[in-house]
Design a protein around this ligand. Structure first.
Ligand SMILES: Nc1ncnc2c1ncn2[C@@H]1O[C@H](COP(=O)(O)OP(=O)(O)OP(=O)(O)O)[C@@H](O)[C@H]1O
Length: 607
C-alpha cells in the first residue's frame, strides 16, 4: 500500500515542479523578448509526450522502479509454479488413471461393494466399519468376512459388517499387480446439512482399459448379487428417489391366485417390455398401467413384488399421501423414473381424503364433529397429468392398487392410464387348497437330497425330530402338553402364539397325504369368505401340525364367523346409538337466547 502512495507522491511532485518550471521558463522568455537582461536558469523538465520518454520519465522514480521489479520477479515465480504443476499433472495423468464416484450414483455402490471384498481392508489399521447394504439384500453373505474371531460376527440384527475405506483417509491397494490409491472424501452440500461422499480411485497404469476392467468387474459382482433381490425406492422430503431396501425375490409360485391371473400379468408385462419398437412405430406412448383392486389381503402387493423379481425390475413406490408432495413434485418424480422399472401407487384412493370421483361432492365436515383429516396436496388433474403428461417417463410399468374400485374416477381408470384391471377376490376353495399345499410343501432341494417330504424348516436334533414325528403320527388326540407339537390351540381371542418354533420340523408327509389334507382344508373353508392373508395367518398357527390345520379348519371358520357377527352387531349398535343421538338433537327445539336487557341510564347531559 505504501509503494503506490510513494510513487503517486513522486509523480505528483514531479508534475508540480515541471508545471512551475514551465511557467518560469515562459516568463523568462517574455522578459528576454522585451529587452531585459537574460538570467541563466536551469532548463525546465517538460512532460513526456511519447511512450519511450514516458517510460524513461516513470523509471526516473525509484519506488516505481522497485515496484516494477517486484512485479517481474513475482510473475516469473508464478509462471514457474504453474508450469511445474502443469507438467506434474500431465505426468500424473499419463501414468495414473483417476476415477471419481459420487455417492448418489449407482457406480458408487458397485465400487463400495467391490472394495469391501478386497482382502486388503482386513489388514488395514484405519478402516470404517459399516453395515450399509448398498442396495443388496444378501450383502450380509459376503465372502471372506466370516469366522468366529472376526469382529464382523458381532454385527447386530443379523446384518454383518464390512471394512470400508474411512472418510478423508488415503489407502493403497493392489489391483491386478497395479498400484491403486483409494480416497474417500465428504463434502457438505448445504442442502438440509447433507454431506455427499466422493470416492476417488487412482490407478498406476498407462492403459485406460484397466479402469474399464475394474468397473466391469465391480458392476458384474454387484449385479450378480442383486439378481437375488429387488430394490425398493421411495421419494424423500426433497423429492428425490432414494434406495430404501432390497428384498429377496419372491417366487411367483408362492402366490396363489385364481387360474390365469398370474399368466396374464407376466405375459402382458413381458410382452410390453419387448415391444418398444412396436409402440414407437405406431406413435403410442410406451407405458403400461395395471390396476389391481379388490379385497384386502388378497395378494395385490405380493404379486407386484414377485413380478418385479421375475422381470428383473426395481420398484419405485409413489406414496401419494406423503406430506410435502404436490402436483409439481409428483410430475417431477414420475419424470425422474428410470427407463425400465415398476412404479407402484398403493391404495391410490387414499391419496384423496374425500373422493377420487369428480362427480361426487366432497363430504363437508360435521359441525362439532371431528375435524376433517388434512387433505393431500395432490389433485386428480395433477395425478392424471403426471401419469401421461409430457414429462411422463417412457418404458415404465405402473401398478396401482385399491380396495375401493368404485370410488375411482373413470378418467384415472381409462386405457392408456390403467390398461388392465384385475380384481382380487377373497379366497376360493381352489386357492385355499393350493395355499395349504404350498405351505406344507418341502423345500425343493431338501426333497431331492433326502427323497422325503417335510415342511422345510431348519433342522433340530434328530432325537427331537423323531419325538415330534412320533407325536404327529398319533395325531392330536393323545396330546402331551409339554411338547409344542401337541399343544392344543387356545381360544383365538387370546393372542397367544401357538405355531411352535421355527426350529421344529413339521412331520414328514407323502404327497398324497398333503393332497388329502389340502382337500380336507379347502372343504372346510367357505368360498370367497376369507382373505388369503387370514388363511395364511391360520396356517401359521399350525405350521408344524398339518393334520390339525386341516382338521380344525371348520372350527376356526365357525369361530371367525361368530367373531365377525359379534363385531358387526357391536358396530350396528354403535351406529344406531349415534343415529338416535342425532335424531334427539334434531328434534330438540332450538332455544333462541333472549336479548340481554340494556339499561339506559339517563345522564344529566342527555336529558
Ligand atoms: N394370493 C395369495 N397367495 C399367497 N399369499 C397371499 C395371497 N394373498 C395374500 N397373501 C399373503 O397375505 C399377506 C398380505 O398380502 P398382500 O399385502 O399382498 O395383500 P394386499 O391385497 O396387497 O392387501 P392390502 O389391499 O390390504 O394392501 C402376505 O403375507 C401374503 O403372503
Amino acid at each position: 500500500m505504501a509503494t503506490p502512495l510513494i510513487i503517486a507522491q513522486q509523480i505528483l511532485s514531479a508534475i508540480t515542479n515541471s508545471a512551475g518550471d514551465s511557467l518560469l521558463s515562459v516568463s523568462q522568455t517574455n522578459a528576454t523578448t522585451n529587452g531585459t537582461s537574460a538570467v541563466s536558469v536551469p532548463t525546465p523538465t517538460a512532460m513526456p509526450t511519447d511512450l519511450a520518454s514516458l517510460l524513461t520519465f516513470l523509471f526516473s522514480f525509484s519506488a516505481l522502479r522497485d515496484w516494477f521489479k517486484l512485479i517481474v520477479i513475482g510473475s516469473v515465480f508464478e509462471t514457474a509454479r504453474r508450469l511445474v504443476f502443469h507438467f506434474y499433472y500431465k505426468l500424473i495423468n499419463s501414468i495414473f488413471i483417476t476415477a471419481r464416484f459420487q455417492e448418489d450414483d449407482n457406480s458408487y455402490s458397485w465400487m463400495m461393494i467391490w472394495l469391501s471384498k478386497q482382502p486388503a481392508w482386513t489388514e488395514a489399521r484405519d478402516v470404517e466399519i459399516s453395515t450399509h447394504s448398498f442396495g443388496l439384500s444378501d450383502y450380509e453373505d459376503r465372502e471372506g468376512l466370516e469366522g468366529e474371531d472376526e469382529p464382523m460376527s458381532l454385527a447386530s440384527g443379523g446384518r454383518k459388517v464390512a471394512f470400508l475405506p474411512s472418510i478423508s483417509s488415503t489407502y493403497t491397494i493392489w489391483y491386478k499387480n497395479r498400484w491403486m490409491r483409494v480416497t474417500r472424501t465428504e463434502k457438505q452440500t448445504g442442502y438440509y446439512g447433507k454431506a455427499e461422499e466422493t470416492l476417488e480411485i487412482c490407478i498406476l497404469a498407462w492403459d485406460r482399459r484397466v479402469l474399464n476392467q475394474l468397473l466391469l468387474e465391480a458392476k458384474k459382482e454387484y449385479m450378480s448379487a442383486k439378481e437375488q433381490s429387488i430394490s425398493i425406492y421411495v421419494s424423500d422430503v426433497s423429492n428425490n428417489w432414494r434406495h430404501v431396501a432390497s428384498r429377496p425375490k419372491r417366487p411367483l409360485h408362492s402366490i396363489v391366485l385364481d387360474p390365469g391371473i398370474k399368466d396374464l400379468l407376466i405375459d402382458d408385462a413381458t410382452d410390453f417390455l419387448q415391444s418398444k419398437n412396436w409402440y414407437s412405430v405406431r406413435g403410442i406412448p410406451f407405458r403400461r398401467g395395471y390396476l389391481l383392486y379388490g379385497a384386502p389381503g388378497s395378494g395385490k402387493t405380493s404379486i407386484i413384488h414377485s413380478l418385479a423379481g421375475e422381470l428383473g425390475l426395481d420398484v419405485y413406490v409413489i406414496s401419494l399421501s406423503r406430506a410435502g408432495l404436490d402436483d409439481n413434485a409428483l410430475s417431477g418424480l414420475i419424470s425422474e423414473l428410470p427407463q425400465k422399472c415398476i412404479a407402484l401407487m398403493e391404495d391410490i384412493d387414499a391419496a384423496f381424503t374425500q373422493t377420487l370421483n369428480r362427480d361426487e361432492e366432497p363430504t363437508p365436515p360435521v359441525p362439532g364433529g371431528p375435524p376433517a383429516p388434512p387433505s393431500s396436496k395432490i389433485s386428480l388433474s395433477g395425478l392424471l397429468n403426471a401419469l401421461d403428461g409430457v414429462g411422463a417417463q417412457e418404458g415404465r410399468i405402473l401398478f396401482a392398487t385399491t380396495n375401493k374400485y368404485s370410488s375411482l374416477d373413470p378418467a384415472l381408470c381409462r386405457p392408456g392410464r390403467m390398461d388392465i384391471h384385475i380384481e382380487f377376490k377373497l379366497a376360493s376353495k381352489y386357492q385355499a387348497a393350493e395355499l395349504y399345499r404350498r405351505f406344507y410343501m418341502p423345500d425343493a432341494e431338501e426333497e431331492s437330497e433326502k427323497g422325503s417330504v417335510d415342511s422345510g424348516y431348519a433342522s433340530i436334533s434328530d432325537e427331537k425330530e423323531k419325538d415330534l414325528i412320533a407325536l404327529d403320527d398319533t395325531s392330536s388326540e393323545a396330546s402331551e402338553p409339554s411338547t409344542p407339537a401337541k399343544t392344543s390351540p387356545p381360544p383365538l381371542e387370546v393372542p397367544v402364539f401357538i405355531g411352535g418354533s421355527h426350529r421344529f420340523r413339521a412331520p414328514k408327509l407323502s404327497r398324497e397325504q398333503i393332497d388329502d389334507f389340502a382337500t380336507q382344508f379347502s372343504e372346510a373353508i367357505p368360498e370367497r369368505e376369507f382373505s388369503m392373508a387370514s388363511l395364511q395367518g391360520y396356517l401359521m398357527m399350525y405350521k408344524i401340525r398339518p393334520a390339525d390345520a386341516a382338521k380344525e379348519a371348520g372350527e376356526w371358520v365357525a369361530r371367525e364367523r361368530a367373531d365377525k357377527a359379534a363385531k358387526l352387531a357391536a358396530l350396528e349398535a354403535a351406529e344406531s346409538k349415534k343415529a338416535a343421538a342425532k335424531q334427539q338433537v334434531a328434534s330438540k327445539p332450538q332455544e333462541i337466547p333472549a336479548p340481554a336487557e340494556v339499561k339506559v341510564e339517563k345522564t344529566a347531559e342527555s336529558s
